[in-house]
Design a protein around this ligand. Structure first.
Ligand SMILES: Nc1ncnc2c1ncn2[C@@H]1O[C@H](COP(=O)(O)OP(=O)(O)OP(=O)(O)O)[C@@H](O)[C@H]1O
Ligand SMILES: [Mg+2]
Length: 505
């Protein structure tokens, strides 16, 4: 009897494998970081081969820790950093170039050119996305235009593209020996190449980037018994396990937070922050700087859509304090240092390292620390960093309320930063809304496991999953309304200072 479901979570900074039981409880996990390759300002790359090796290794180790075999797993799911583009050779299995990561801004000219003629509006209408460096389409174009021989290989059908989900699924299902070249609707909706209504690649959009259709994976549901094939890794799993779930990480977290009803939302605090609001089978088009994206599609049921507010830099600003400025030794110290002062001493930090994403979408913005006086210390900077995470979230919450008319009674949160109590308290204060964290904060892996398990009947329905959700902690707002509005007003002024910094025309 298979009592467990496994999920690979291929993230921006690390890859983890987690095993869950029927109650959604964690049974085992293993996690390994991979190198962040930063060749020049604005460029961010990963080595896809390293990512695949890490994946094999975390699966093997977690299975050993839990003393499980392939036959103990009912199904496997995959979830991944979205938009990060890999182009590889289907004959040799070798990537033509490093993966170009979602944070990478080298395609800023490609993106801004789309908005100078009518193409940008076609992308908004068909793909639900504002043209931006963030999405995969421009990154594929960059590889086709800049890496020798790739365009010819793509036209021959040898060079193929995928976000990291496709790269892993292809390798897991046999690689050069007949690996399946597939993705799911949520990942495909992050490329600027998929039509949100037909859920198929769109020839007009492909034409905007000069991308041959043959490069692209087959688009499948996020959860389906016959979807992705079987994982066969002799020596890793020791047998075959059906691969039945695939979701982008933020959509997976939405499933892990059981946001299955219209109007339910979650906010995940990791490298960046990503808030998704379930809008049901209705495609809601944003007028306030949010994305329209596929939330999930379970088997042959209708697709469920979401409005999304994507923030590029939140946890990575904490890493920046640690790795670049050396004002903290580890991420947890951001809390103890910030707690030494009662407020940020007038300092505002807008970490627009990759331009600004939602709701601004300004690739010409760059980071700024403003309001400094001689009085300020590193503790104020640490506090301003935590506040920046919360103010960026407020920007997105405001946009969501305007687009959807939904006002939150409580914000469901998850992700690595949510262990920071001070940050979560500031979040409740900045929003004036309670903040709630579930027991299983690893909702990304959990959501991928849910998608995989639903497909094979390990879980019978989404109601069963809802019963697995339990709150572990809640933070209530303490600031006065005046304090809240004054702080937010200053934040908006700080954001203005970052705009129009880089010349992208
Ligand atoms: N105590 C803490 N206070 C503030 N930030 C923290 C704390 N602990 C971790 N972080 C931040 O959380 C982030 C890691 O969270 P998490 O593991 O959820 O990230 P992730 O986005 O899933 O990673 P990936 O992008 O690889 O998927 C890091 O950016 C780190 O700086
Ligand atoms: Mg993650």
């Amino acid at each position: 009897m298979a009592d467990f479901v496994g999920a690979v979570d291929q993230g921006t900074t690390s890859t983890r494998f987690m095993i869950f039981d029927h109650g959604g409880n964690e049974v085992a996990r293993h996690q390994l970081e991979h190198e962040q390759i930063l060749p020049q300002a604005g460029w961010v790359e990963h080595n896809p081969v390293e990512i695949w090796e890490r994946t094999v290794s975390v699966v093997r180790t977690a299975m050993q820790k839990a003393k499980l075999q392939a036959s103990d797993l009912a199904a496997l799911g995959v979830t991944n950093q979205r938009e990060t583009a890999v182009v590889w050779d289907r004959r040799s299995g070798r990537p033509y170039y490093n993966a170009i990561v979602w944070q990478d801004t080298r395609t800023d000219r490609i993106a801004s050119a789309l908005d100078r003629d009518g193409r940008g509006d076609v992308i908004r209408r068909k793909a639900g996305l504002p043209p931006a460096t963030y999405f995969s389409g421009g990154k594929i174009q960059w590889i086709l235009d800049n890496v020798d021989g790739v365009r010819e290989a793509a036209e021959r059908g040898d060079a193929i593209f995928g976000n990291t989900d496709s790269w892993l699924l292809w390798n897991m299902t046999g690689g050069v020996e007949g690996g399946n070249h597939v993705t799911d609707v949520t990942n495909a909706s992050r490329t600027m190449l998929m039509n949100l209504e037909t859920l198929d690649w769109d020839d007009e959009l492909l034409g905007f980037f000069g991308i041959p259709r043959r490069m692209l994976p087959e688009i499948r549901p996020s959860s389906d018994p016959n979807t992705y094939g079987v994982a066969r890794w002799p020596g890793t799993l020791g047998g075959e396990v059906p691969l039945t779930g695939d979701l982008g990480d933020q959509q997976a977290a939405t499933v892990g937070q059981v946001c299955f009803n219209v109007g339910e939302a979650k906010n995940t605090y990791g490298t960046g922050n990503f808030m998704l609001l379930n809008t049901g089978t209705e495609l809601v088009r944003s007028e306030h700087g949010l994305l329209t994206t596929v939330c999930y599609k379970f088997g042959d049921q209708a697709p469920v859509y979401a409005l999304e507010g994507s923030i590029a830099v939140t946890g990575s600003a904490v890493q920046w304090l640690r790795d670049q400025l050396h004002v903290i030794n580890d991420a947890a110290q951001s809390e103890t240092l910030a707690a030494q002062v009662p407020d940020s001493g007038g300092v505002y930090f807008v970490p627009a390292f990759s331009g600004l994403f939602a709701p601004y979408w300004r690739s010409d913005a760059r980071g700024a620390i403003v309001g400094l006086s001689r009085f300020n210390t590193s503790a104020h900077l640490a506090r301003a960093t935590l506040e920046s995470i919360c103010y960026q979230t407020r920007d997105v919450v405001e946009a969501m309320a305007q687009d959807s008319g939904v006002t939150l009674d409580v914000l469901k949160v998850d992700g690595g930063i949510t262990v920071n109590n001070l940050c979560m308290q500031i979040q409740a204060d900045v929003l004036g809304v309670a903040v709630s964290r579930p027991v299983v904060a690893e909702t990304t892996a959990l959501g991928a496991a849910y998608a995989a398990g639903l497909a094979v009947g390990f879980w019978k329905s989404t109601d069963e999953l809802r019963d697995n959700w339990n709150e572990s902690q809640r933070w209530q707002p303490e600031w006065s309304a005046g304090q809240r509005e004054e702080g937010y007003g200053r934040w908006k002024k700080a954001v203005e200072r970052t705009l129009d910094w880089v010349d992208v025309d």
